[in-house]
Structure formats: C-alpha cells, structure tokens
Design a protein around this ligand. Structure first.
Ligand code: NAP
Length: 247
C-alpha cells in the first residue's frame, strides 16, 4: 500500500518499541519518515533499517521537552525534506511511584516529555500544516490517561492531558485541513513494560478478551490509517487499542 506517498512524517520516540514500529509502517506505506529520539544513534538505527528496506528515512537527535531543540529540529527537517504533513507524538517516559512519595522532578519530567513535548512539536509543525491546508497529527496517549493508574499519577495526568490537547487542536485547526487524533493503547510489549510483574501480566491476559498483551504491530496500522487521506473526516477522537481490556 502506498497511500502515504509524497508525505513527510515526523515520528518522535522512534528509536525503540512502538515509535520504531510506527516509523517503519509509515515508511512502508510510502512516507519519508523523520525518526526522532534523544539518542541520535537510536534514531539513526531505525532510519538505517528503513532505508535498508528500500523506503526513505532521516534521523534526528532531539529532546522533545526542550523548545529550542524542537524548533531547530523542525527547521532542519523542513530544510532536509520539506515541511511535514504528518506528526506522530509518541515519545514518552514513565517515572512511577506512589503519589505521597513522588518527587517534584519525577512529576515534572513525565509532564515535560509526554505532554509539553507534544505541544512543542505540534506548535512547530502546525504553522506549515495550516499554510498547506493539510496535516495529520496523531498523539500516543494510553488507557491510563482514560482510567488512571495507581502509582502513575504523573503518567496518567500527562496522557489525560494529551487527550485534552488532541481535542483542542482538532477544534482549532480543523478548518485548515489539519486533523488531530489520539490512540490509547493498553499494555504493549516494549522496554516500557518489560518489568511489569508476572501477576499483572497474567491479570491482563485473563481480563482482555484478546487474551494477550499487545504488540507495536497491533498499533501501527491504525496510526497509518489516521495519517492517511482516508481519515480526513475523523478528528478529535481517541481510539482505544487494548484488546478489549478496558471494556
Ligand atoms: P519505549 O520502548 O520506552 O520507547 C520510548 C521512546 O521515546 C524511545 O524511542 C525513546 O528514545 C523516546 N524518548 C524518550 N524520551 C524522549 C525525549 N525526551 N525526547 C525524544 N524522545 C524521547 O516506550 P514504548 O512502550 O514504545 O512507548 C511509546 C509511547 O507509547 C509512549 O508515549 C508511551 O507512553 C506510550 N504507551 C505505551 C504503552 C505500553 O504498554 N508500552 C501503552 C500505552 C501507551 P530515546 O531513549 O533514545 O530518547
């Protein structure tokens, strides 16, 4: 399928896990993908694998919580490839802990990367999207943003904040041909979930109608659809992809 041909996409957090798979999928559907991570080598590894498969990618090292780095990264992408049509805000971190013991710095870091990072990237990308009267923004939220999570007050607040951001951007930019949607994954196999206790994994497997944890490949087709022309009339929505866990 080449439904993203001639599109330029930016995927943050593309060095590993879900972002890496989304980058590969968008590139496989024809987009030139700018892979972003704090580690330039990690971003370059994903971009290199994409190029080796015959698709097109570039790599950028950037901490999305830093406004100056985000602005200069988007300027570099526009210069190297052209202004982006698609933005996937996937970069995210956890710093879990019980609320009463949570440090201010753990609260700030999670909000800064997961929520402010998305705001900064949207702000940087939106100007040219509005001018082009075309854009697709997809924010990676979480079922924890919808239902909360004990020991994850910072993460839940950041992911719930992303949903408010998604709806506001959808309202503000809709008339300019820019859509903004979120996905809310359940528990997905990745570095982020590698230390989930076995009894919690067992609980997910038992509770989800799908009977298993998810994979990054369970998410990327939905992101590619939301990034395509076919999703032009879908905006401000949150697509839960959790194997039915939160039903
Ligand atoms: P992961 O394997 O830990 O990967 C996180 C990615 O984000 C890495 O590429 C990391 O690259 C990048 N990153 C972290 N901080 C960054 C920053 N300040 N600036 C730029 N890039 C940064 O996590 P994952 O499981 O793939 O999760 C990806 C997204 O899905 C996150 O937003 C997460 O909250 C969300 N999510 C995950 C699950 C799950 O079960 N795994 C469920 C729901 C939602 P570097 O370390 O190289 O910077």
């Amino acid at each position: 399928m080449n439904r993203l041909e001639n599109r330029i996409a930016v995927v943050t957090g593309a060095s590993r896990g879900i972002g890496r798979e989304i980058a590969k999928r968008l590139a496989g559907e024809g987009a030139l993908v700018a892979c972003v991570a704090t580690s330039q080598e990690g971003a370059a590894r994903t971009a290199g694998d994409i190029e080796a498969s015959g698709a097109r990618a570039l790599a950028y090292g950037c901490d999305v919580s830093d406004a100056a780095q985000v602005e200069s990264m988007f300027a570099a992408i526009s210069e190297d490839a052209g202004p982006p049509h698609i933005l996937v805000n996937n970069a995210g971190v956890t710093k879990d802990g019980l609320l009463v013991r949570m440090s201010e710095s753990d609260w700030d870091r999670v909000l800064d990367v997961n929520l402010k990072g998305a705001f900064l990237c949207i702000r940087a990308a939106a100007k040219t999207m509005m001018r082009a009267r075309y854009g697709r923004i997809i924010n990676v939220s979480s079922v924890i943003g919808l239902g909360g999570g004990a020991g994850q007050a910072n993460y839940a607040a950041s992911k719930a904040g992303l949903i408010g951001l998604t709806k506001s951007v959808a309202k503000e930019l809709g008339a300019r041909g820019v859509t903004c949607n979120a996905i809310a994954p359940g528990f997905i196999e990745s570095d982020m979930t590698s230390d989930l206790p076995q009894d919690f994994r067992d609980h997910v497997v038992k509770s989800a109608p799908a009977g298993r944890l998810g994979t990054a490949e369970d998410l990327s087709p939905a992101v590619a659809f939301l990034a395509s022309d076919e999703a032009a009339y879908i905006t401000g929505q949150v697509l839960v992809i959790d194997g039915g866990l939160t039903l």
